[in-house]
Structures are given as structure tokens and as C-alpha cells.
Design a protein around this ligand. Sequence first.
Ligand SMILES: Nc1ncnc2c1ncn2[C@@H]1O[C@H](COP(=O)(O)OP(=O)(O)O)[C@@H](O)[C@H]1O
Ligand SMILES: [Mg+2]
Length: 227
Amino acid sequence: MTAFIQARGLRKSFGTTDALRGIDLDIHRGEVIAVMGPSGSGKSSLLHCLAGVLVPDSGTVIVDGVTVSALNEARRSALRLTEFGFVFQFGQLLPDLTAVDNVTIPLLLGGMKRKQALKEAHGWLDRLGLEAAAARLPGELSGGEAQRVAIARALVAHPSVLFADEPTGSLDSLAAENVLTAMLELVRQAGTTLVMITHDPRTAAYADREIIVRDGQLAATDRVGIS
Ligand SMILES: Nc1ncnc2c1ncn2[C@@H]1O[C@H](COP(=O)(O)OP(=O)(O)O)[C@@H](O)[C@H]1O
Ligand SMILES: [Mg+2]
């Protein structure tokens, strides 16, 4: 079976820093992948190349048959909006919009009417146990609540892939556990592919497979193996 995400020979430098030094990676549809490795090893660069945020200097990224690395910025941007969701460590919610309005953004950008978008957004907040937080501003949310709102926003438009860069990295361990289990439940239900960077081995243990990035290369793969 052809992998849903295929990366071949990925290289990326920033000035004299070689962030990625030849990465080959296959990810299957619906797989949950944990990306681990030391700080500065190239994890975020890899995630950004897979998601079409960065264009590799050489090598290719194919997602669902589309060669993302060959698209221009406008088409990569359109693909990110329709096919991918993103969750980062923090600071991703628009501070002047309520939680529910933050979640409607991808739908409104996709052309959905506001009334319908609000309905869908409320549905996702409910599923994440956040119905009481819908009208609050990000500054009025706990760290864990804010990350769950960010997850709702990342999933509301039904992406095929969710890219998460240390999504629980700013949370205490209990909040991290709650956010992580909520995200995984939704991702597993929807069959969404998840590529998640984490420093925490307990977080990585939830994945189907761990990959380790060291000095811009993959160090080890297939803790569980590809089914
Ligand atoms: N935009 C950038 N400009 C310059 N250097 C960068 C940039 N992004 C990443 N780097 C460098 O590339 C290397 C890999 O970074 P990164 O992919 O962020 O690693 P990680 O996510 O594993 O911490 C590091 O040395 C980092 O300093
Ligand atoms: Mg990083």
C-alpha cells in the first residue's frame, strides 16, 4: 500500500545550519506518530516540511498523491487550510476572539456561513468538555482549556492530518494528560493521521510508532511497526 505521507531525501538548511540532512519517512493514513529527539535536532523543521509550511531545499513530500513540496505558496496555503490541522505549544488563539469564535475561523475561511460555523464550533467544544468556556476569551482560559480550544479549531474542518508540535509542552502533567487523551480520542474516532512532536516518553507511548530525529536524520523507527 502506498503511504499516505511519503517524504524522500528531505534536506533543509538555514544559513550554515543543516536542520534536515536526508530524511525518508512513510506515514500511513490514520497512523499516530510521535516524533522525538533532542532540542534543535530538526523535529519542527521536519513537521513544517511535511505540512508544506517550509519547502525543503531538496527532496520531496507527497501527501495523498499530491507533491506538496512542488506547490507554490498559494496552493500550499490552500492545502494547509483544507487538509491539515495544526496545534502548537502555546500562543495560537486569537486573544480578542472568544473560544467559540476562534474555533469558527477555519470554517469561515472555508466559506461557511457564520451561523452554521458557530453550530459546528459549539459541537466540537462540547466534545472537548468546553461548553462552559465557549464565550470566554483566551486570557480567561486555563492552559489546558486553551489547548483544547486549539485542538477543536485544528479539527473543526475535518483535516486528514493533524500536525502537533509539543501540544502539551506548556502544561502540568495532569492537564497534559487530559489534553492528550482528548486529542487522541477525537483523532482515533475520525481516522485522522497525527504527527506529534513530544519530549515526553509517556506521551509518545500513546502513538502507534515513534521516530527519533538526531542531527537532522532519523535515528530509529518502528517501535510498533506499520500495519
Ligand atoms: N527559521 C530558522 N532560521 C534559522 N535557523 C533555524 C530556523 N529554524 C530552525 N533553525 C535551526 O535548525 C535546527 C533545527 O531546528 P528545529 O527543527 O526547530 O529543531 P527542534 O524542533 O528539534 O528543536 C536548529 O539548529 C535551529 O536553530
Ligand atoms: Mg521544535
